[in-house]
Write a protein that binds this ligand. Sequence first.
Ligand code: ADP
Ligand code: MG
Length: 258
Amino acid sequence: MEPVLTLKHIGFRYELAWVLRSIDIQVHAGEILGILGPNGSGKSTLLNIMDGVLTPQEGEVRLNGHNLHDLNRSAIAKKVAMVSQENHFRFSFSTLEVVLMGRFPHLGRLQFEGKKDLDIARDALSATHAEDLAQRSIHELSGGERQRVLLARALAQEPLVILLDEPTSFLDLKFKREIFRLIAALSEERGVSVVVVSHDIDLLSQYCRHLVMLKQGSIFAEGKPEEVITTSNIETVYECPVMVDQNPVSGKPRINVV
Ligand code: ADP
Ligand code: MG
């Protein structure tokens, strides 16, 4: 089956220096693709290219058979939802209002949300176990609650692909696990593809079938967790001594900082 999202030989620069070079990535239907790499290695830039917010100077992005370049903002937003790291709300929207924003790409000009949109928003809140938060102000939510609501907004978009930029930073262990379990359930039950950027390498290891490891804007390693998360790869890319062994429960690679 053709991949949902294909990056072909992408090169990108903000200014003079190339930030991404020769990037080839395929995202398949229902897959959870993990992206890892040190700070500044180009992960957020890569997600913004997948979302069409940034246009690469080299290469091509294909979304569901179309060149991303030929699609307008709302056509892209019907297929790709982004949960970025910057999500400041200037007004004290209710959680339900925030999730309804995910419906904008599906509405006509000057059209208000209807019952169907409300149903979809409520369903999304329930899928992320956030239905009790519907009337709360987005400003008063805890980090874990807020991430669940932003995930619900992405779901309400009914996309083929959800892009998550470090969704578990600032969350404690229980909520980190919960977010990854939610992602796994969404991909399994709804067939949505997920691209997740994270520094929680042990969770990526457990939940992703395929990983892409970036180093200074290039793909340093990719493949199954056991192919990518090796002592030598981690030490080279993160410049930090580690010992990778196997998680005794999942059998997946696990990082021990030494
Ligand atoms: P990561 O998400 O892996 O930390 P980024 O994609 O944010 O990496 O950044 C990759 C590189 O691009 C860094 O060197 C960063 O300084 C640079 N960069 C990011 N955003 C901009 C921008 N808006 N203008 C110029 N350079 C940028
Ligand atoms: Mg980033």
